[in-house]
Design a protein around this ligand. Structure first.
Ligand code: H2U
Ligand code: ZN
Length: 351
């Protein structure tokens, strides 16, 4: 006799990621053991507002010798160790083999300090100060996007040593490139294909679906929503989406900038509250390329990719089957969302 179907939170299954057009494996039966509720509380240190040895603090010298100004708000500078250069003299070479292909790539790298206070994180900053960072992201997108050799502006933050951040001072990086990088290009192609087939926007339709069902929403306000995607890979991954269809930082109204700041603070606060530690993550924004084409099907969004799974020490590794086969998760996105949603809005250090 065939087994009767069991709910998805009990049995292994595949879920489809429509943005990358790939499958992920979900094995929720592995988490049927009761949740241990470990939080690995770390003593909240007072934190230095100014660290004389930090190369990002105001008035300090950076490693290349340039001195930072005594900045009082957001401060942006050209990365002293850029991954891309505006002038690229690498000649496109004929290697003589179709299997040995290389080409030049131009661009530039910037660093943005969010705030002069060394001890802050996005979760501990106030909404007006985060809004100033969003204003800077919009200005950088516009300025870099106008450069003739820049066609895509990737803004990202590595937070915490576990994610490779070189310094706790609140900051992010921008890599502006001549070509659209792989994942943004895959997402653009998927959104265009969906638009062609359904005559509507993939992520507008996704927001409507998730808002109606509510089970994967972490937090929302009038203009933005944060969701653990149905196809999330990282245990507590989220996607942050504007409810209105817009394609770039440069499209955000003043009200949307404030609403985005509030959502970023709300998401990062819940992350910190989950294990009562400063939660590591890589986050970044996907926006319309700056190549001059309309890219109307592009729906602006942020991805948060945090590695922690069960405590401040126990992280998810992308190894083995993930490296050789496909992404896999145990905890269902629905469980992750309900755990994040249930956490207090107020940061644990302020309680
Ligand atoms: P990460 O923490 O994500 O690594 O970003 C810090 C960036 O700051 C890194 O790309 C740059 C590094 O090259 N940097 C400078 O431009 N000047 C310095 O004096 C040190 C670090
Ligand atoms: Zn600092």
């Amino acid at each position: 006799m065939p087994a009767s179907p069991r709910p998805l939170d009990l049995v292994p299954h595949r879920r489809y990621n429509p943005l990358l057009r790939e499958w992920i494996l979900v094995s929720p039966q592995r988490t049927q053991r009761p949740w241990q509720g470990e939080t690995s509380k770390q003593a909240v240190s007072a934190g230095l507002s100014y660290d004389p040895s930090c190369y990002l603090c105001p008035t300090n010298a950076r490693s290349g010798g340039v001195k930072n100004p005594g900045y009082t708000s957001v401060y942006a500078f050209d990365n002293d160790f850029p991954s891309l250069l505006p002038v690229n003299t690498a000649a496109a070479q004929d290697s003589g083999s179709p299997l040995l292909v290389a080409e030049p790539e131009r661009g530039c790298s910037r660093v943005i300090c969010f705030h002069p206070d060394h001890s802050l994180t996005m979760a501990r900053m106030n909404v007006p100060d985060i809004t100033s960072v969003i204003d800077a992201w919009a200005d950088e997108t516009a300025t870099l996007g106008k450069l003739p050799y820049v066609n895509h502006v990737q803004i990202f933050e590595n937070r915490g040593a576990m994610m490779g951040s070189s310094n706790p001072h609140p900051h992010c990086q921008i890599w502006a490139t001549e070509h659209v990088p792989n994942d943004p290009q895959r997402e653009l192609d998927a959104q265009q294909a969906y638009q062609d087939e359904h005559h509507s926007c993939l992520l507008c339709d996704y927001v409507a679906t998730e808002v109606a069902r509510a089970e994967r929403i972490v937090v929302e306000n009038e203009l933005f929503v944060a969701i653990v995607p149905y196809w999330a890979i990282w245990p507590f991954e989220t996607i942050v989406l504007p409810k209105r269809h817009l394609g770039s930082f440069t499209d955000l109204t003043a009200a949307e900038r404030t609403a985005l700041a509030a959502i970023l603070k709300a998401v990062t606060t819940r992350y910190d509250n989950l294990f009562e530690v400063s939660f590591p993550y890589t986050m970044g924004f996907h926006q319309r390329p700056t190549d001059g084409a309309a890219h109307d099907s592009m729906h602006f969004h942020a991805h948060f990719y945090p590695p922690l799974l069960r405590s401040a020490e126990i992280r998810k590794f992308m190894v083995g089957f993930e490296m050789l086969g496909m992404p896999q998760r145990d905890l269902t996105p629905e469980t992750a969302a309900s755990r994040l949603r249930a956490l207090p809005e107020v940061h644990y250090a302020d309680r």
